[in-house]
Ligand binder design. Structure first.
Ligand code: PLP
Length: 398
């Protein structure tokens, strides 16, 4: 490590120790209970789950089977519907590649304008390759799905509808039962990106029927690098490149961790969400009291418990984040495109002007966020907003 990277690395380490982490939509820390399972799978039960000719392989295969069951139970599906991936992006790409291969012609895809980039970019790329045609579904100012727009798209003859379970920026939760009914009535399949929602909202194959459902371990306190595609219809053999007699060696530690993460979410998700929504509401009240004017974005009546997304007029979010650096970790939600920040496509789809979108902050609470941290962070964030406003009004009046 050279002197420059050493310096950056020690600064980041210091920042991390003292900063309050409120960016849980981006990723979550590993829960110690899940860590213990992963470490055990790496150190004691470390066999090759494909090599079941000895006790080490058998033990590892049993870990994978148990995790598969845990993931399946959390969604009321059969274990053979669980296909492990490296995360949500890979699961999305596999699902869409499978849908294209299954169609055998141009795939007609309807998708909401507020889907994650992993969905939008994959579908748009397929469209550029002549493999898909996109039909956009609009949202309202709270990022709620516009059903008139959805039905108009479905009337065009759609193969697959892509709608997320909950939005990763403003937290709006989507009425999946109703959406699945509309898709089914129109003969369309459904891809549900449940990356942010899994374990946080009621989600079960008993009430919603989907073709593909996507989840990722690092959003639910498991390590990065593990996720799953949940699908009854997915056949890897349909995909060129996956027609291989060799089964890849499973990521046993990641898979075991994901199984445990899903089980904890199933057992504790409701209580955790109740605690976090109360904490989030407390932070919302404090911020409004300390740094008005502030507008809350997303569907206040139906958003993820840990999500607080606000517009802070007069305070560009990059300046606010710079003042919070090393003290509170939150985010802007902007898309980073080749190093350049662009206003969030979600906020633009909700009708916010680009300059307004650049005054938005995304705050994400998590399992280990304490009351004391929320009180401290509220003051820090409010002070940063007020400082930036003061500086800019001074510049304007100078
Ligand atoms: N979908 C949503 C809604 C997300 O929030 C994310 C990550 O932020 C992804 C997909 C991609 O997930 P992963 O990081 O597991 O590839």
């Amino acid at each position: 490590m050279n002197e420059v990277t050493k310096k950056i690395s020690s600064r980041v380490a210091t920042d991390r120790k003292s900063a309050i982490y409120l960016d849980h939509h981006a990723t979550t820390p590993v829960d110690p209970r899940i860590l213990a399972i992963a470490v055990n799978a790496m150190t004691s039960e470390f066999g090759n789950a494909n090599g079941i000719e000895n006790v080490h392989g058998e033990t590892a295969a049993a870990l994978v089977a148990r995790a598969r069951q845990q993931v399946a139970d959390s969604l009321a599906v059969e274990p053979d519907e669980v296909h492990f991936t490296s995360g949500s992006t890979e699961a999305i790409q596999l699902a869409l590649a499978h849908a294209v291969a299954r169609k055998g012609g141009v795939l007609r895809v309807a998708m909401s304008r507020v889907e994650h980039r992993a969905v939008i970019d994959t579908v748009c790329h397929a469209e550029r390759l002549g493999l898909a045609k996109v039909f956009w579904v609009n949202v309202d100012q709270h990022a709620r799905l516009d059903f008139a727009s959805l039905n108009a798209a479905l009337d065009q003859g759609i193969d697959i509808l892509c709608v997320m379970a909950a939005n990763n920026e403003v937290g709006t939760v989507y009425p999946l039962e109703k959406i699945a009914e509309s898709a089914q009535a129109a003969g369309a399949g459904l891809l549900v990106d449940a990356t942010q929602a899994i374990g946080r909202i009621e989600l079960s194959a008993a009430t919603v029927s989907w073709d593909y459902l996507i989840l990722s371990g690092h959003k639910i306190y498991a390590p990065k690098g593990i996720g799953a595609l949940i699908s009854q219809c997915f056949e890897p053999s349909l995909l060129f490149g996956l027609q291989c007699s060799h089964q890849p060696t499973p990521n046993v530690a990641g898979i075991a961790a994901l199984g445990m993460a899903c089980q904890i979410m199933m057992e504790e998700g409701t209580v955790e969400s109740a605690r976090l929504s109360a904490l989030r509401d407390r932070m919302q009240e404090k911020l409004i009291a300390l740094a008005a004017p502030i507008t809350v974005n997303g569907d206040e009546g139906n958003r993820l418990a840990q999500n607080l997304h606000v517009t802070v007029p007069g305070a560009p979010n990059d300046m606010v984040l710079a003042r919070l650096r090393g003290r509170v970790s939150i985010s802007t939600g902007s898309a980073c495109n080749a190093g350049a920040q662009e206003p969030s496509h979600v906020l633009l789809a909700m009708g916010l002007a680009p300059d307004v979108a650049e005054t938005c902050l995304r705050i994400g609470l998590g399992r280990f966020t304490s009351d004391e941290e929320i009180d401290r962070a509220s003051i820090e964030i409010a002070d940063a907003i007020n400082d930036v406003r003061k500086i800019l009004s001074g510049v304007k009046n100078a």
